[in-house]
Design a protein around this ligand. Structure first.
Ligand SMILES: *[C@@H]1O[C@H](CO)[C@@H](O)[C@H](O)[C@H]1NC(C)=O
Ligand SMILES: *[C@@H]1O[C@H](CO)[C@@H](O)[C@H](O)[C@H]1NC(C)=O
Ligand SMILES: *[C@@H]1O[C@H](CO)[C@@H](O)[C@H](O)[C@H]1NC(C)=O
Ligand SMILES: *[C@@H]1O[C@H](CO)[C@@H](O)[C@H](O)[C@H]1NC(C)=O
Ligand SMILES: *[C@@H]1O[C@H](CO)[C@@H](O)[C@H](O)[C@H]1NC(C)=O
Ligand SMILES: *[C@@H]1O[C@H](CO)[C@@H](O)[C@H](O)[C@H]1NC(C)=O
Ligand SMILES: *[C@@H]1O[C@H](CO)[C@@H](O)[C@H](O)[C@H]1NC(C)=O
Ligand SMILES: *[C@@H]1O[C@H](CO)[C@@H](O)[C@H](O)[C@H]1NC(C)=O
Ligand SMILES: *[C@@H]1O[C@H](CO)[C@@H](O)[C@H](O)[C@H]1NC(C)=O
Ligand SMILES: *[C@@H]1O[C@H](CO)[C@@H](O)[C@H](O)[C@H]1NC(C)=O
Ligand SMILES: [Cu+2]
Length: 554
């Protein structure tokens, strides 16, 4: 016997690859914590008392088990944003879509395996507005021994951008839902939890990234803000983008990064200057007449050997309405499309869909103006069910949803032209059904209803390719001629331009119920959401796994 154990140990030492795909265990205690910075002492909901929350580290092929224990008065659920969740929709997290919430005093183990993905993603609460403070980084390293397709950085750092309200965020959205008007904008932006040294509201300075001259660093930038797309700049430095939403890109150099809520961007920063302190800024991008938080969050890149008396080299953030800066950044994004990391763009499509995304106004007798602002996709304002949709699908329960989501706008109109006089929408818990492995082309068309506005749309369960974008109305005859089917960027969240459209393609190779929604939390709350139901394919490998025994009940 002992001889066999010795042989096994020898074999294991000869093939260290055996320890490659591991199981990573995390425990997330959802607790209240006093906010001790940012001009406020109100308690906030956090994971393990941290803001931002803990970083999850894993490698491609690892299984991750996270036990979430709810110690607060709110229902809770957590989403692993961008993780494909192949056949494991039970671990995706959006409340009432793939699971019932974890109720106060209850717990749930999220169990998923990371397949075919490496890079930076984020995790966040997916219920109410809790993700304002319940969020953190998900760092996925390549498999052991597999290098990055770019020079290995000397060090890496996570940079999480956020939005901060002095008031309780649930009070902010509840007040808005009562009045029917837009919620208050945030009071500050944050970089790794701090508004920065230039804020009147900073008790603990700001985030500082120490660097050594000549070395290259990789910043894993995450936009965890609720409602605002952000520009990020570092004074005196260019940044090389190498990855977005956990897919490698063709490297390109830029002085400004544009990042929407739910998006992640890895950049290389070479500390190529002499000793000094250089300001990092995070500021809003909004190019339509919508109120945003105009506070710039700041941080510092500090070279080793810098005297404390050295002044900080500052930079001005782009103007809030800098559409050209945003467009230049977006147009530079291409997937790496190498032999090792090919862009598998579906060349033929089984479904060609056109979804309008925008706002509307429905009657509301108790609201301030007798109406309330709502949001919709193809004129359907999504109504949340009280039973989770994945359960309803898996157990074939009737009456929870219908699968008649319109594939085209019910009424065609000049989406970005003169506004229709009727702003009303329909209610519905309607899903769009897809066969396993079918291919989808989806054009997301902004409408000018109330005001044109950018919408960062996020799809759960899939990555998609962004094959085209344009201003005005999508033209199905002319525009497809300009589609990039060779090396379009692959991601999970894409900004639909204000008064324009974006076209995406994906393959429905993941059975389950997959949420799609605007990642501006205010628009999600107002109803800019729907879901795809993807049927099982052949055999167990193409079917949703059975639900875990501890899946929360409604
Ligand atoms: C996680 O899910 C896998 C199936 O995908 C299952 O084999 C395993 O037992 C689960 N682990 C736990 C701790 O629930
Ligand atoms: C929203 O802003 C208004 C105006 O500043 C203020 O009166 C109100 O208290 C704010 N609401 C919350 C929930 O903070
Ligand atoms: C930010 O917006 C507020 C409210 O609209 C305004 O009073 C203030 O002057 C603005 N600040 C800057 C720096 O633009
Ligand atoms: C951006 O806003 C500034 C100040 O509000 C204005 O002067 C400028 O014309 C705007 N630029 C564009 C491109 O709309
Ligand atoms: C639509 O649904 C909302 C709940 O999400 C409800 O308040 C409203 O009355 C519904 N409107 C209609 C016309 O059914
Ligand atoms: C839509 O409206 C815009 C602005 O009024 C106009 O320029 C455009 O020609 C219209 N498009 C169509 C297809 O009617
Ligand atoms: C949306 O639906 C409402 C309610 O059925 C209808 O009155 C309105 O005309 C529709 N609008 C569009 C643009 O489809
Ligand atoms: C999915 O469809 C593609 C062709 O569109 C085919 O090559 C592939 O084998 C199919 N995959 C599965 C798992 O059926
Ligand atoms: C299912 O997938 C596993 C692992 O990829 C493979 O070993 C097995 O043969 C597959 N089973 C079927 C029925 O395709
Ligand atoms: C929490 O979720 C359960 C199950 O859906 C629901 O019955 C309950 O009303 C929710 N609690 C709150 C405070 O919303
Ligand atoms: Cu939106």
């Amino acid at each position: 016997m002992t001889q066999w154990i010795r042989v096994l140990l020898l074999v294991a030492s000869l093939f260290p690859i055996l320890v490659d795909c591991r199981t990573r265990h995390y425990k997330f205690n959802v607790v209240l914590r006093k906010a001790t910075r940012l001009c406020s002492s109100k308690p906030i909901v956090t994971v393990n008392g941290n803001f931002p929350g803990p970083t999850i580290h894993a490698r491609e092929d690892d299984t991750v088990l996270i036990k979430v224990v709810n110690h607060v008065k709110y229902n809770v659920s957590i989403h692993w944003h961008g993780i494909r969740q192949l056949r494991t929709g039970w671990a995706d997290g959006p409340a009432y879509i793939t699971q019932c919430p974890i109720q106060p005093g209850q717990s749930y183990i999220y169990n998923f395996t990371i397949t075919g993905q490496r890079g930076t993603l984020l995790w966040h609460a997916h219920i109410l507005w809790l993700r304002a403070t319940v969020h953190g980084a998900l760092v996925i390293l390549p498999k052991l021994g597999v290098p990055y397709p770019f020079p290995t950085p000397y060090k890496e750092a996570v940079v999480i951008l956020g939005e901060w309200w002095k008031s309780d965020v649930e009070a902010v959205i509840n007040e808005a839902m009562k009045s029917g008007l837009a919620p208050n904008v945030s009071d500050a932006h944050t970089i790794n939890g701090h508004p920065g040294p230039f804020s009147s509201c900073s008790l603990q300075g700001g985030f500082t990234l120490p660097v050594d001259p000549g070395k290259t660093y990789m910043l894993r930038i995450i936009n965890a803000a609720l409602n605002e797309e952000l520009f990020l700049k570092i004074a005196g430095h260019h940044l090389t983008v190498v990855e977005v939403d956990a897919t490698y890109t063709k490297p390109f150099s830029t002085d400004t990064v544009l990042i929407a809520p739910g998006q992640t961007t890895n950049v290389l920063l070479t500390a190529g200057l002499g000793a000094g302190k250089y300001l990092v800024t995070a500021s809003s991008f909004m190019d339509s007449p919508i109120a945003v938080d105009n506070m710039t969050a700041t941080a510092t890149v500090q070279y080793s050997g810098t005297l404390s008396s050295t002044p900080t080299t500052i930079t001005n953030p782009p103007p809030q309405n800098a559409t050209s800066v945003a467009t230049k950044f977006t147009d530079s994004l291409r997937s790496l499309n190498s032999k090792k990391y090919p862009a598998r763009v579906p060349l033929a499509t089984d479904h060609s869909l056109l979804f309008t995304v925008g706002l509307g106004i429905n009657p509301c007798a108790t609201c301030v103006n007798g109406g309330k602002v709502v949001a919709n996709i193809n004129n359907v304002t999504f109504v949340m069910p009280t039973t989770a949709l994945l359960q309803a699908h898996y157990f074939k329960m009737k009456g929870v949803y219908t699968d008649d989501f319109p594939g085209n706008p019910p009424i065609a109109f000049n989406y970005t032209g003169t506004q229709p006089t009727n702003f009303q929408t329909m209610n519905g818990t309607r899903l769009y059904r897809l066969a396993y492995n079918s291919t989808v082309q989806l054009v997301l068309q902004d409408t000018g209803m109330i005001a044109p506005e950018r919408h960062p749309v996020h799809l759960h369960g899939f990555n998609f390719f962004v094959i085209g974008r344009g201003l005005g109305n999508y033209n199905p005859k002319k525009d497809p001629k300009k589609f990039n089917l060779v090396d379009p960027v692959e991601r999970n969240t894409v900004g639909v331009p204000s008064g324009g459209w974006t076209a995406i393609r994906f393959r429905a190779d993941n059975p389950g119920v997959w949420f799609m929604h605007c990642h501006l939390e205010v628009h999600t709350t107002w109803g800019l959401k729907m879901a795809f139901v993807v049927d099982n394919g052949k055999g167990p490998n193409e079917s949703v796994l059975p639900p875990p025994s501890d899946l929360p009940k409604c």
